[in-house]
Design a binder for this molecule. Structure first.
Ligand code: MN
Length: 178
């Protein structure tokens, strides 16, 4: 996500991040660049504003002092979708949005084919409904990451990833119609 966010920030300026994930990926890890550190680097490089950013589905340890609005998996699973969407939209405000979807936000039952699965995640229906709720936002960039075919079973994860990516493209298509 980091190179993509850098490129988008060059064009759109500082963005809000909406991240679906089991992990915050804000780990410093000695300032290395890897799949768990991009959202440590992105705010430091001035690319995203944590105070207008939301991390959804988190169910692993994280540093709560970094300013992100963390909607952990328990809250994401127990709160009505409409209420979650309202909270996300309020947090983002007027900023352009970068949307990053790590497939491990989904429960391993729905997305087993990923490198660091964590139980207690979102189901795919809830994830789709949350994404659809983001239609009013100015989403300028997006990615879908961490689908790992060698770990997949019966292409369950590939199907989930492809369908979610399509839903994300629908958001962009809806914007063009406005
Ligand atoms: Mn993750």
């Amino acid at each position: 996500a980091l190179p993509s966010i850098r490129a988008h920030a060059k064009h759109f300026g500082k963005m809000a991040l909406i991240q679906f994930d089991a992990h915050t990926d804000t780990y410093s890890n000695g300032s290395e660049f890897d799949h768990g550190t991009m959202f440590y680097h992105a705010p430091k490089e001035g690319l995203i504003d944590p105070n207008h950013s939301v991390q959804i589905g988190i169910r692993t340890e994280y540093d709560a002092s970094l300013g992100f609005n963390v909607i952990d998996a328990a809250k994401a699973n127990d709160t009505p979708v409409e209420q979650l969407v309202a909270e996300i939209i309020e947090t983002v405000g007027d900023l352009p949005v970068y949307l990053s979807f790590d497939i491990d936000c989904l429960d391993p039952a729905y997305a087993p084919g990923t490198g660091t699965p964590v139980i207690g995640g979102l189901n795919s229906d809830r994830a789709l409904k949350l994404l659809r709720g983001l239609a009013p936002l100015n989403i300028v960039g997006m990615d879908l990451v961490e689908v790992s075919p060698p770990f997949d079973q019966s292409e369950i994860t590939a199907l989930a990833g492809a369908t979610i990516a399509l839903e994300m493209l629908h958001l962009q298509a809806a914007k063009l119609g406005k």
